[in-house]
Design a protein. Structure first.
Length: 529
């Protein structure tokens, strides 16, 4: 029976009973039922479907029911603050104030922690990337970076030419980045062939008035195929532009409200803000040490000050740098597992929120990062990993959802939540956090009074809003869940005693309806898959 319209609600039966029957997998008929029960071919209770005249055995064995004791939820959020978080989102209306991905995500997190409905949820926070000690986030020279250098304004460059077909004129000559990808350098030895290592902070531009059809000035594309590729003529001094008649060397900046190039004579377009210096960075600024990410910026807490602490931390961040997803997730899960071990009465999950794929630090590939999530989702106190991605279609690509899903599945949460930047990112990100909150809490059930309970005679049954019931099956442990859509297992303490029931991720992912309740049935032999 499909569970696609069901939601786990809060009624559990926690009455304790036991049996002296040596065969816990064969159910005895309760004395007042006249023996009306079924045992399947495998020796386990049937569901009555083979004989419509026989009642569902679950109804015969159901003990007392009590309101569920909801397991408290703690979330440790590892939040991407790489430079791409400052990408401007598509505007819904012409002339609207520019909004970045960071603006939207920050607004969502602030709303989440300030909402009355989340007051009892513990929230902790850390960011990635973290910088290596003594390495600045921005630089203007290699000397400023020290051991974290070189600075990204010092690059291997070489000669470029652009033929002017048909007029007999000599080709334009200019300075360009060597090769197909930039190579940042500390000296000429880092560059090959006829390349040289130079600090280049300018471009050769046509200043205002130099071209009849460009009264405001223009940046140049000197690619051989200007329809498909942009190659900028770089410069450090005016002499670098002599091969492009009519151009001037001007320092390049970036607009404060949009990622648009600007220069002293080419202003930012309306709504893009002011022209600011380009934020060059040290190549080796990013820390790959897991310990840096395991130490929280805001410790997990549900104290009354938690909301203010999270909001203050968020507002102190300035996104910049690269994307070290591997050590960031490792650190987040290390912190979450330590918290889970010291807070056995709480359900602890990690939320990885990112707008890009790994760019630095091992593991760089998705399978390696998935292994990190999988390892944390095992053992006596597994910690699940939820993944939220904030992507435009171009950045996500054809396989982006699949790559993010790989991490989520390994972390026990089935599928990543991907938010499209063309939509309302703030609203959708907040909804994603609420889905995680509801999913995590609703699929974990405490066995609050386990004394005397025969754990071989406990079943979990869900009932949809229409009153139709279906039994779930004990699959043994988390490793046996797989893609099971009707499974659950016991979480156990260090002595092996069950402390709670956890529904398998594939099962939990289908509980997205309204009006569903979950019951523990006490006294029937456990249905085992």
């Amino acid at each position: 029976m499909s569970l696609s319209t069901w939601w786990l609600a809060g009624v559990l039966a926690t009455a304790a009973c036991s049996s002296d029957d040596e065969n816990a997998n064969v159910m005895e008929a309760p004395p007042d039922t006249g023996g009306g029960f079924l045992v399947g071919d495998d020796g386990l209770p049937g569901d009555g479907s083979q004989d419509p005249g026989v009642e569902d055995p679950g109804a015969q064995c159901l003990g007392e029911t009590h309101e569920a004791e909801k397991i408290g939820l703690d979330m440790f959020v590892m939040l991407d603050i790489s430079g791409s978080m400052l990408d401007v989102l598509p505007q819904a209306a012409v002339g609207a104030a520019p909004t970045t991905k960071w603006d939207a995500v920050r607004e969502s997190l602030e709303s989440f922690v300030a909402a009355p409905d989340t007051a009892d949820i513990g929230v902790g926070l850390q960011y990635f990337p973290q910088n290596n000690d003594g390495v600045p986030f921005s630089c203007v020279s290699n000397d400023e970076c020290g051991a974290g250098g070189p600075c990204t304004n010092t690059i291997c460059v070489g000669p470029g030419e652009l033929e002017i077909a048909g007029d007999g004129a000599p080709p334009f000559s200019f300075v360009r980045v060597s090769g197909d990808t930039p190579v940042f350098c500390s000296g000429d030895n880092d560059c090959g062939g006829d390349s040289a290592c130079r600090t280049m902070v300018g471009e050769c531009i046509f200043p205002p008035g130099a071209l009849v059809d460009q009264p405001a000035g223009a940046f140049l594309n000197v690619s051989q195929d200007p329809t498909t590729s942009l190659v900028s003529p770089l410069c450090g001094v005016q002499g670098d532009c002599d091969g492009l008649p009519g151009t001037e060397c001007e320092e390049i900046g970036v607009c404060t409200e949009q990622l648009v190039k600007c220069s002293p004579s080419i202003a930012c377009p309306p709504g893009a803000g002011e022209c600011a210096p380009f934020p060059y960075s040290c190549v080796n600024q990013t820390s790959c040490e897991v310990a840096r990410y395991a130490a929280p910026a805001v410790a997990i807490s549900d104290a009354t000050t938690r909301s203010a602490d999270v909001i203050a931390s968020l507002r102190a961040q300035v996104p910049q740098g690269q994307t070290p997803t591997g050590p960031a997730l490792s650190g987040a899960l290390e912190q979450a597992r330590a918290w889970a071990a010291s807070n056995p009465g709480r359900q602890v999950v990690t939320v990885l929120a990112t707008d890009g794929f790994p760019t630095v630090c091992e593991p760089l590939e998705i399978p390696g990062i998935a292994d990190v999530a999988s390892n944390a989702n095992t053992g006596a106190r597994p910690v699940r990993t939820f993944v939220i991605g904030v992507f435009g279609n171009a950045d996500l690509g054809g396989d982006g959802q699949q790559r993010l899903d790989t991490i989520a599945r390994a972390g026990g949460t089935n599928r990543a939540i991907v938010i499209n930047t063309a939509g309302d990112v703030a609203e959708d990100f907040l909804e994603a956090l609420n889905v995680i909150r509801n999913t995590a809490v609703s699929c974990e059930f405490r066995l609050s009074d386990a004394a005397g309970l025969d754990f071989d005679r406990v079943n979990l049954q869900v009932t949809d809003a229409g009153g139709v019931s279906s039994a779930l099956f004990n699959v043994g442990d988390a490793s046996a869940c797989g893609d099971d859509d009707q499974g659950w297992y016991y979480e156990r303490d260090t002595s092996g005693t069950p402390t709670q029931i956890t529904v398998c991720p594939g099962t939990c992912a289908t509980f997205m309806g309204e009006g569903v309740k979950a019951d523990l049935q006490i006294g029937c032999a456990t249905r085992i898959r």
